[in-house]
Design a protein around this ligand. Structure first.
Ligand code: WT7
Length: 650
């Protein structure tokens, strides 16, 4: 293998950085040699109402997995993100809100204003009977009220569960029901890229499938007309004016859940990933500071959505716990044109910028003028997340956006991990395009041989990526289904946390994620369970069977490839293709929209009736030469037919 070029930070950068190479080595060693002492020290970055007594109480042993950090400690997350900053930075901007339309005015919300808004929102929740431990679903676009709602829940000890505003009414209803939410907070309509999503009417449709006790709190954001059900719907902004501007924070246990966030897995139903209050906040705050090398006064922008974990940890909780100024962007990278990111960086003098490879690939294709016409001299660190970044996109980010002056942090993590696990620290670790480099403090990655489950201790190594021990930000359980938690993450490789990702470790010990090894695909940095798309397809009256796989897609990383067998008597047609696409969008949401549909008279199955996805993946990738072992196929002719008719896809 040819040696990849490495990029070391400049001397100037290193001199100013929180962590340099020597400090990284020293702190990493301390974090794994004596985690108790290390985390006792670093948990001090947050304010505790009651000190914790036990740092770590963890067992990965199947089937009694139990993960607890900072037991007996008490804290309030909203106090850590707001109140404790009031004395020193009450007038500093906490949140810069950049609206969808750049001609509309951006908002600068100070920590003092944030305090008042969050208290008022918390009082609104209390007025609706929401209590400690109750679940509140948040179905909001990227508006400040989304952050207020999260922090208001944290203030009173309610557990929020955000549903991405691009999800369908059905997906919303499932999450409201699975979490047993008492209320849903939504908005009238949501502008995005100049178009509007009808969130309130989606919520109305969802609530038809939920208990009629669920309250509906509506933020009138655009003022667009919506239906209104007097006994159920609450005008949040009006109500916030009526309640008091102060709300005493509720002391919470370190292990009390802060939020549930649903994510796709390899089986049908999305899992409610449960995160803690204490460990999660320590992790989000510490990684935010060190991975982005955030310094006092910096303007930081994570261009994700609060509907994903990235938005939780790196728009809201991490930055605000650190007293940072965090930018919240309502729009999309290509509206009004492909310069929007860069114009926004210039406008607000952004110092750290964090986005997904899919956005970079899309923008890269628009030409460099959009970038070079903007003044990006404020930038210091660039980050990526969500999927492996291809070297072309990495180089473009480095050369054109960063002008060779900004370290790139390729952060590998998951909804389950709460925050970064494998990532460069920009002043400490030289980067290689496409590698998430080395573990963060306290993280002990291992590569296991997928067949034997043995640890591979030499380099280079390739296998499945697992973690040997816990870190404070780790998820604690699947909401309402601890058994599923154990089964999904701790039973294939006993004694380890199994990430679901394949990984290579090179001769320098750097980690390179190779992608999912399960039936999860990564579409534009968002996780999609192929089983979810399949069950949406077969729910259509004209479909008898469906198999869904990922295939390489230039912009999205992976696209959604669907093999569809129709009911007897149904004829394939372009109209039906469109109908099925619309159907899946309606069932799950636009992010699940099939990219390619191939009509399949039959699907390749084993004699016991299992669909052989391996073969379907190969056909989708146009890789027929290497179909592998086909001897277990019940009807080999089915495969020939699929290959022959592969052009019958679009
Ligand atoms: C999966 C987790 C973490 C927040 C966004 C996605 C893939 C994530 C990287 C990266 C290569 C990555 C993995 C992982 N992934 N970051 N830097 N390099 N792959 O969170 O929806 O929970 O998805 O995204 O496959 O398992 P998620």
């Amino acid at each position: 293998m040819t040696k990849t070029k490495t990029y070391a930070p400049s001397e100037d950068f290193v001199a100013k950085a929180h962590i340099d190479a020597a400090k990284y080595e020293e702190m990493y060693a301390a974090s794994v040699e004596n985690p108790e002492a290390f985390w006792t020290e670093h948990a001090k970055r947050i304010d505790w109402i009651e000190p914790f007594k036990t740092v770590k109480n963890v067992s990965f042993a199947h089937p009694d997995v139990s993960i607890k950090w900072f037991e007996e400690g008490q804290l309030n997350v909203s106090v850590n993100c707001i109140d404790r900053h009031l004395e020193t930075r009450g007038d500093q901007t906490a949140i810069i809100w950049e609206p969808d339309n750049p001609d509309d005015e951006a908002l600068h919300i100070t920590y003092r204003e944030l305090h008042e808004k969050v208290c008022r929102m918390a009082n609104v929740l209390l007025s609706q009977g929401i209590m400690r431990g109750d679940r509140v679903v948040i179905y909001l676009p990227m508006i400040p009220e989304a952050a207020y709602a999260m922090l208001a829940c944290a203030r009173i000890g309610a557990i929020h569960s955000i549903v991405f505003a691009g999800f369908s009414p059905d997906a919303l209803a499932n999450r409201i029901n699975d979490s047993g939410a008492k209320a849903v907070i939504t908005a009238d309509t949501a502008p995005r890229g100049g178009k509007r999503t009808a969130l309130k009417s989606n919520t109305d449709a969802a609530l038809l499938h939920c208990s009629d006790k669920v309250r509906c709190l509506v933020v009138k954001h655009t003022g667009d007309q919506t239906t209104w059900i007097d006994d159920r719907d609450v005008d949040v902004k009006a109500m916030m004016q009526q309640v008091g501007p102060d709300c005493p924070p509720r002391p919470m246990g370190a292990e009390d859940p802060l939020f549930v966030l649903y994510t796709s897995g390899s089986t049908g139903k999305p899992k409610g990933v449960v995160h803690s209050s204490g460990g999660y906040l320590v992790w989000a705050a510490m990684t935010h500071e060190y991975v982005f090398d955030y310094h006092e006064g910096d303007i930081y922008w994570c261009a994700a959505d609060v509907g994903w974990v990235t938005g939780h940890s790196y728009i809201v909780y991490g930055p605000l716990a650190n007293g940072a100024t965090t930018l919240m962007f309502e729009g999309v990278p290509t509206y009004p044109d492909a310069s929007r990111f860069w114009q926004t960086i210039e406008k607000h003098k952004v110092n750290q910028f964090y986005t997904a490879p899919t956005a970079l690939r899309a923008l890269m294709g628009q030409g460099n003028d959009f970038v070079t016409k903007s003044d990006l001299s404020s930038l210091k660190v660039l980050g990526t997340v969500g999927e492996p970044i291809n070297p072309e996109a990495w180089n473009w980010y480095n050369d054109i956006v960063g002008k060779g002056n900004c370290p790139i942090v390729d952060t590998w993590w998951q909804t389950e991990t709460g925050g970064h696990l494998l990532t460069p620290l920009p002043g400490a670790i030289a980067t290689k395009p496409g590698s998430a480099t080395l573990p963060f403090f306290g993280v002990q990655p291992v590569i296991l041989d997928p067949q034997t489950g043995e640890e591979i201790t030499t380099n280079p190594a390739e296998g499945v990526l697992c973690m040997k021990d816990s870190w404070p930000g780790q998820m604690r359980t699947v909401y309402g289904d601890h058994e599923r938690f154990v089964k999904t993450y701790f039973s294939d490789y006993k004694g380890y946390y199994f990430s679901g990702d394949g990984c290579r470790r090179d001769e320098d010990g750097y980690y390179w994620i190779t992608g999912r090894v399960d039936d999860v695909i990564n579409v534009s940095g968002h996780r999609m369970g192929t089983a979810e798309v399949e069950s949406a397809l077969v729910a259509h009256a004209k479909v008898s069977e469906a198999a869904v796989v990922g295939y390489p897609h230039e912009v999205k990383g992976q696209g959604i490839y669907c093999y569809v067998t129709l009911m007897n008597g149904q004829e394939p047609s372009e109209d039906l293709r469109k109908e099925l696409r619309d159907w899946v969008r309606k069932e799950i949401g636009p992010i699940a929209s099939p990219d390619l549909i191939q009509w399949a008279p039959g699907l390749p199955k084993t004699r016991s009736g299992k669909i052989m996805r391996r073969i379907l993946r190969k056909i989708a990738e146009n890789d027929y030469g290497a179909l592998g072992d086909t001897s277990t196929l019940a009807e080999p002719a089915v495969v020939d037919d699929l290959i022959e008719n592969r052009m019958n896809r679009s």
